[in-house]
Design a protein around this ligand. Structure first.
Ligand SMILES: Nc1ncnc2c1ncn2[C@@H]1O[C@H](COP(=O)(O)OP(=O)(O)OP(=O)(O)O)[C@@H](O)[C@H]1O
Ligand SMILES: [Mg+2]
Length: 287
């Protein structure tokens, strides 16, 4: 069976340039309910508006809820690719907002204990996602094994916190986990403060976290900005429409645009892309 993985590696290596072009952005938080799914979904909307090919992954194993935010119920999910040999193109759902969406459920934990044959098929199907300029992964809250492995193989990790001390402590907790192993550190770790009273509060919260990270963990965190507490987000969720579509002029929509501008200006030079993500999956299988 080792031979099969060896061949897979070779196939990936010959496509390395193409596979490395897809920017992998993982959105995470320590504490739940801080706005990950809303921010990930609206980032996808914004990238799509720029004409980029985008795939949004719902990798939240517990409470996958992007389908609710988009009012789309995907027929299949990743588990159908991993265990039932379904094609990736059949599993991707149209979000209705110019990007593709991959439904949640137990797909990613389904990657544990799979055979080489299953992994081989899965990785080959994942390689078909190289048409995407960006893959955004909405991970579950906390620092389970699946989440950290996604985070460490992403090009950009975006940690979301709110000004609540518990959320801040948990955001720091994730950064600490990411900082432990220099080999598995993502190229860039970013921070967004959501539900901030104002710009100043966002800045203060970010400084406390980034300074602790620099002083204690010796890692650099890039602050992308804050999204204000904005009742139009709740309304958009109630209507099951992404907030930046529901209200293009809301404070939250404007703030997210500025955040994306900064994110796009900070593209890493050493992008691993899909290649990095898939290489890690194979490595995990080998060990
Ligand atoms: N900036 C904001 N202003 C007001 N309400 C917000 C804001 N951001 C998110 N919310 C509200 O917070 C709730 C949680 O948001 P969301 O589902 O995006 O969080 P999450 O981090 O993905 O949660 P989970 O950890 O459960 O996956 C939603 O009901 C949303 O309406
Ligand atoms: Mg969520």
């Amino acid at each position: 069976m080792e031979k099969q993985l060896q061949q897979l590696r070779e196939a990936m290596t010959s496509d390395k340039t193409k596979l490395s072009n897809t920017r992998i952005i993982a959105v995470a938080s320590g504490k739940g309910g801080v706005g990950k799914s809303n921010i990930a979904t609206n980032m996808a909307v914004n990238f799509a508006r720029q004409g980029k090919n985008v795939v949004l992954f719902d990798a939240d194993l517990g409470l996958s809820n992007i389908n609710i935010l988009l009012k789309v119920l995907p027929q299949y999910n990743l588990i159908d690719v991993i265990r039932k040999h379904r094609k990736m193109k059949d599993v991707l759902a149209d979000s209705g907002y110019g990007f593709q969406f991959l439904g949640g459920t137990q797909g990613f934990s389904g990657l544990a204990n799979i055979t080489d044959v299953m992994l081989d098929y899965f990785v080959q199907e994942m390689m078909t996602l190289s048409f995407a300029h960006v893959i955004i992964i909405d991970t579950g809250a906390g620092i389970g094994k699946t989440v950290t492995s996604f985070l460490s193989s992403a090009d950009d990790v975006i940690i979301i916190t709110t000004p609540e001390p518990t959320a801040m402590a948990d955001a720091y907790g994730i950064m600490k986990v990411l900082a432990v192993d220099i080999d598995t550190q993502p190229s860039s770790i970013h921070l967004i403060v959501n539900k901030a009273k104002n710009h100043q509060e966002g800045l203060e919260v970010s400084q406390r976290i980034t300074q602790a990270c620099e002083n204690i963990l010796s890692i650099k965190i890039r602050y992308l900005g804050s999204v204000p507490e904005d009742p139009s987000i709740n309304k958009a969720v109630m209507h099951q429409v992404p907030f930046s579509v529901f209200n293009p002029k809301s404070k939250a929509t404007v703030a997210l645009k500025a955040i994306m501008h900064r994110l796009q200006n900070q593209d890493s030079k050493q992008r691993k892309g899909l290649f990095g993500l898939l290489e890690r999956m194979i490595l995990r299988q080998e060990n």
